[in-house]
Design a protein around this ligand. Structure first.
Ligand SMILES: Cc1cc2nc3c(=O)[nH]c(=O)nc-3n(C[C@H](O)[C@H](O)[C@H](O)COP(=O)(O)OP(=O)(O)OC[C@H]3O[C@@H](n4cnc5c(N)ncnc54)[C@H](O)[C@@H]3O)c2cc1C
Length: 381
């Protein structure tokens, strides 16, 4: 009888586990990956959709390719996870497992901010990034607000990357001097985990004539007046509003024994949950790091995936190799003029979480391109 390894979610984390285990395990191990979508896209390629630089088909990698690698891909919606009885139900089937890896990411809740669905835009989902493109194309003058509503959210530098890219886009069109760009965050600094990285980011924002407004928590939009309501500060006028939707654990996780405390709790060394042979990785987890938590970003999910591969192989092969999740990852910021900045995180490898800001530079741009192509190569080719 085959050993069943079931992976829920085909993002950075799930893909790393599925392909990493397949490379090391014989055919008597069945590896199944379930995702509701037919394809994967890298987070930052949503900016390519937003600015119309690439067509949707150019950024998609189809999960059907996984079947050629000996991974059973199932396109279906996961409706129930029972880690105690080792059963997962989708809208059309029931799966049992010997090992389970939950890599379902974070769920976006734009409706949590009143007026945002009607009056604002986002670049956090494939559909939203496409929806905003014609709006930006037509925009020629006025105030753009880019708001972080709350923490946690994916890739903390991303809202500021949106601001840099808008700056560059409108500069290219010759309309930048007629447009004011402001970024708003509920926190005192843009990247609360690091004063130094925040200072470098704020300096770069200033050089691009982009305002950063700290302690500005937007609680609602009034679309007919084009007002953003800011906690304790009153209304702010906007002509175009971009927001980072509230992130929550997926409902199917909250409804399960894994989500009783919200984000899934794991052993931070090996990503095991409280249930035997059940792991959770990536954005669906909360891993404390001092006063903070491991950021929600693809590269951290991938690093967690590598850790889980090692831990499962240790168990299966009865080896005793050391396994430790350090929380290593990078978020890139395309700032225009062909240059890219980056924030590198080493979150659990030292007594204090460390973030390093570097660039902008052309070398970082090459690294960002390689980040995308190397992931598609290792997971889909
Ligand atoms: C604009 C932008 C820029 C970014 N830039 C970077 C960057 O530079 N570096 C970086 O590291 N990260 C970046 N990120 C963040 C990164 O994309 C996410 O943090 C990462 O995708 C999380 O990986 P994951 O595997 O945890 O979950 P995800 O990639 O979100 O994958 C979860 C999967 O689960 C599936 N799923 C969820 N619920 C169900 C269900 N009920 N049934 C079936 N399937 C389901 C989803 O379809 C999805 O494919 C960026 C994100 C954005 C939006």
């Amino acid at each position: 009888m085959k050993t069943n390894i079931l992976i829920l979610g085909g993002g950075f984390g799930g893909l790393e586990v599925a392909t990493g285990l397949r490379a090391d395990l014989e055919d008597n191990f069945r590896i199944t990956l379930i995702d509701k979508n037919d394809s994967f896209i890298i987070g930052f390629t949503k900016f390519d959709l937003m600015f119309g630089r690439r067509a949707p088909e150019d950024i998609k990698a189809y999960y059907s390719e996984l079947n050629k690698k000996g991974i059973d891909f199932v396109q279906d919606t996961i409706e129930q996870i029972d880690p105690e009885n080792k059963v997962v139900k989708t809208s059309s089937s029931t799966f049992t497992f010997d090992y389970l890896v939950v890599a379902l990411g974070a769920e976006l809740h734009p409706e949590a901010i009143p007026g945002f669905l009607e009056g604002g835009y986002s670049f956090y989902s494939f559909a939203e990034a496409q929806r905003i493109h014609p709006v930006i194309e037509k925009f020629s003058a006025g105030t753009i607000l880019i708001s972080v509503f709350d923490n946690p959210y994916q890739c903390p530098p991303s809202p500021y990357e949106a601001a840099f890219q808008l700056h560059d886009y409108f500069k290219g069109k010759g309309t930048r001097t007629d447009i004011t760009i402001k970024t708003l965050a509920p926190t005192p600094i843009p990247l609360p985990m690091s004063k130094d990285a925040s200072a470098a980011l704020q300096e770069l924002l200033g050089q691009h004539d982009i305002e950063f407004l700290p302690k500005h928590k937007v609680t609602a939009l009034v679309p007919d007046k084009k007002h953003a309501l800011v906690d304790g500060k009153g209304p702010m006028k906007y002509d175009l509003f971009l927001g980072v939707p509230i992130h929550m654990p997926p409902k199917v996780v909250l409804d399960s024994a894994l989500g009783q405390n919200g984000w899934v709790q794991v052993d931070q060394n090996n990503l095991r949950t409280a249930f035997e042979n059940v792991y959770a990785i990536g954005d669906v987890t909360n891993i404390p790091a001092g006063r903070f938590a491991v950021p929600k970003a693809g590269s951290f999910a991938e690093d967690a995936g590598k850790t889980v591969v090692d831990d499962i192989l240790n168990t299966i092969k009865q080896e005793n190799k050391s396994v430790k999740f350090n929380g290593i990852g990078t978020c890139f910021l395309e700032v225009g003029s062909g240059k890219v900045a980056r924030v590198d995180g080493n979150i659990l490898g030292n007594p204090e979480p460390q973030l390093t800001f570097s660039g902008p530079s052309e070398e970082n741009r090459a690294d960002r391109t390689a980040f995308e192509t190397s992931r598609i190569e290792k997971w889909f080719k």
